[in-house]
Structures are given as structure tokens and as C-alpha cells.
Design a protein around this ligand. Structure first.
Ligand code: MRU
Length: 343
């Protein structure tokens, strides 16, 4: 399963707003239209929007090749892409890598050099996710019941997935008993996307509404919670899909291990703590309506923070492609970034 396909001239995105009932691929040949697709969540998931942003810059460089104001226009395109979604640091991370290359490269070489970099980001993401899957699967030694939130799978990355990558690896190793899939209001990434990926692979699951998680933990049928991340601050505070914090508090209360799976590109040592992470506020219609259908009285207002922050203190371990770390995150994350630690 994949949701992003590329060539030097075009990016193809599987429109995730239409899944699971329609599989519609759209073709993009300009950075600003890719920024629109990121904003509209046609492509979503931290690693996926990072890769899409990188390809957008490469495609834009080819489109503008030979124009005298190419560099200014490329810089403007990067700003538009950067502002499309503020919480997931992978987008800013990928755009920064592209920006650094632009500074070092001649006009003539830019399209090829930028495309090769985007390709590298995309290909490395898949390898990274397999490594996260392997490290995460080592945390369990018997058939396990996992609760997950949002979609962190092949659709949210370039392939395989992070938290869902661990679930895939557990399944391949015969160590997965069941997955509880949080529906994930309001965009329904769990019910629409994670369920779609798990069904496709024959992995046993049930969808639960977000409000059922506490009930199932109380019943003792959840062995661990595994979620993804959009940004991990220096102290381990982790921004992820709205509802994640609630799960972490519930898991703590019920003494259920709570793991975050994230590539190193999601770990942002420049952000000191959770309060410093910008939280995207989305349109209230995404809460008051489902698939364009109003579910609230006309004129009712709603709030829609798209992410929340789970304090590092509630996180049992962070699973990365370099290994699993636990608190104190300030030192363990820094060692990981320096390539030192492997638990
Ligand atoms: O708003 P979304 O769907 O982009 O949010 C996605 C998440 O919160 C994921 O958990 C996170 O990006 C990690 S995806 C591997």
C-alpha cells in the first residue's frame, strides 16, 4: 500500500479524504498546489508530508528552471509549504534540508540535486520505519493486544508506518493478538485509514470510538498503547493527534505501557518543551460536520485543536530507528541524536 508516487516532474497523491470508499489519485506539478493538498489533508501524517514537501520543492525547481527569479520564487514556495501545517516538524525538517541544498547548488544543477535529495528522504523513510518496527516488536515476547490512535501506517509515511509499522512487525512475528483502533474523531483516521490498512493485510482488529478506550483498559484487554508523533520536544513531551494525551493518562492510570513510535526526523531538540510546540487549529466544520453532513444544530460552534501534547513523564518509551529510549528524555534523546545510545 502507498499514498505517494513521484517522478521528477510530478507528484501523485492518493486523496486520503476520500478513503476508504474511493481510491482517487491526483497529479500535482506545482509546489503551491501540493501545499494546498497538505493543508486539505489529502496527504497527511508527519513523515508523508515531509516527503511530499521535499518533492514539491524539487518539482518546483524543475518547473521554474531558467527563469531569472527562480531562487526567490523557490523560497516563496518553501514558505507556503512550510506554513501549510505547523505541528509536524517533519515538514520543516525536510524543507530545511532542501533549503540548505539550494544554497550550495548552481542554478543548472538544482532540479537534479533537489530531486535526488527528495528521493533519498522518501527511500530512507521506508527503511527507517522497518527499523522502528523491528525495535518496537522486540518490546513484546508473547501475543499482544495493542491499542492505537490515528493512522501511522503506510498512508501516513512513505511506506510500512511507525506505530503501525510495529504492529505490522508484531503480526509478521506471530506476536500480535489484536488491535484496538481508535476511531480518531474528527477526521476519522482510525476508522477510515488504519482499519483500511489492517483489513488489507489481514491483521485482526476492532474499531472503537475514542471514548471507549478507558473502558477496554479497565477490562484488562489492552496490553500496550502505541501511537505515532508529530513532534517530540527535547524533554520528551510529544505532540500527536488530538486524543493521544487522554490515552496516555488512561494508560498511566491502568498501568498499561504507553509507547511513542517516531523517526529521528520527528525529534526536535530545538524545541525545549511541549508548550513550545505550535498546535494547529483547524476549521470547526470538521467537527460539526461529517462528510459534509451537519451533525450539530445550525450555528453551533466547535473547537478543533488538531493535536495535543503528552508529557514525557507519561511515555514509557520512544521507539526510533536507532533504538528505544525512556526517561530522562533530555539526555536519552540527545544521546540518540548524537548516535550514541541504543537500549
Ligand atoms: O492530522 P494528521 O492525520 O496528519 O495526524 C497524523 C498523526 O497525528 C500521526 O500520529 C503522526 O503524524 C505520525 S504518522 C507516522
Amino acid at each position: 500500500m502507498d499514498a505517494i508516487r513521484w517522478s521528477p516532474e510530478e507528484l501523485k497523491l492518493l486523496d486520503q479524504t476520500k478513503l476508504p470508499h474511493q481510491q482517487v489519485w491526483e497529479t500535482y506539478a506545482e509546489a503551491t498546489s501540493i501545499a494546498d493538498a497538505i493543508r486539505a489533508m489529502k496527504v497527511r501524517g508527519a513523515p508523508a508530508i515531509g516527503a511530499a514537501g521535499a518533492f514539491a520543492v524539487a518539482i518546483e525547481a524543475r518547473r521554474l528552471a531558467g527563469q531569472p527569479d527562480m531562487r526567490e520564487r523557490l523560497e516563496r514556495a518553501i514558505t507556503v509549504l512550510h506554513d501549510a501545517r505547523p505541528t509536524a516538524v517533519n515538514l520543516a525538517w525536510a524543507l530545511n534540508l532542501m533549503r540548505q541544498l539550494i544554497d550550495e547548488t548552481s542554478d543548472e544543477a538544482l532540479p537534479v540535486i533537489l530531486y535526488n535529495k527528495a528521493l533519498q528522504i522518501a527511500e530512507e523513510d521506508v527503511k527507517t520505519n522497518h527499523a522502528i518496527g523491528d525495535y518496537g516488536a522486540q518490546l513484546f515476547n508473547r501475543p499482544t493486544r495493542i491499542l492505537t490512535h490515528c493512522n501511522t501506517g503506510a498512508l501516513a509515511t512513505v511506506g510500512y508506518g511507525t506505530a503501525l509499522g510495529i504492529i505490522r512487525s508484531l503480526h509478521h512475528q506471530g506476536k500480535l493478538q489484536h488491535v484496538y483502533v481508535d476511531e480518531t474523531r474528527p477526521y476519522l483516521q482510525g476508522a477510515r485509514l488504519t482499519a483500511y490498512e489492517l483489513a488489507d493485510e489481514g491483521i485482526p482488529f476492532d474499531i472503537i470510538t475514542d471514548s471507549m478506550a478507558g473502558h477496554f483498559m479497565q477490562q484488562g484487554v489492552v496490553d500496550a498503547v502505541i501511537v505515532g508523533a508529530d513532534r517530540v520536544a527535547r524533554n520528551g513531551d510529544t505532540a500527536n493527534k488530538i486524543g493521544t494525551y487522554t490515552l496516555a493518562v488512561l494508560a498511566h492510570h491502568h498501568e498499561v505501557p504507553f509507547y511513542v513510535a517516531a523517526p529521528m526526523s520527528t525529534i526536535d531538540l530545538d524545541t525545549e518543551k511541549g508548550e513550545d510546540i505550535p498546535i494547529e487549529q483547524r476549521n470547526m466544520e470538521e467537527v460539526t460536520h461529517i462528510f459534509g453532513q451537519a451533525i450539530a444544530p445550525e450555528g453551533a460552534t466547535a473547537l478543533h485543536p488538531a493535536f495535543d501534547v503528552t508529557p514525557g513523564g507519561l511515555i514509557t518509551g520512544i521507539v526510533t530507528e536507532r533504538g528505544v529510549v525512556s526517561a530522562p528524555y533530555e539526555s536519552t534523546l540527545r544521546s540518540l541524536k548524537n548516535g550514541e545510545a541504543n537500549e
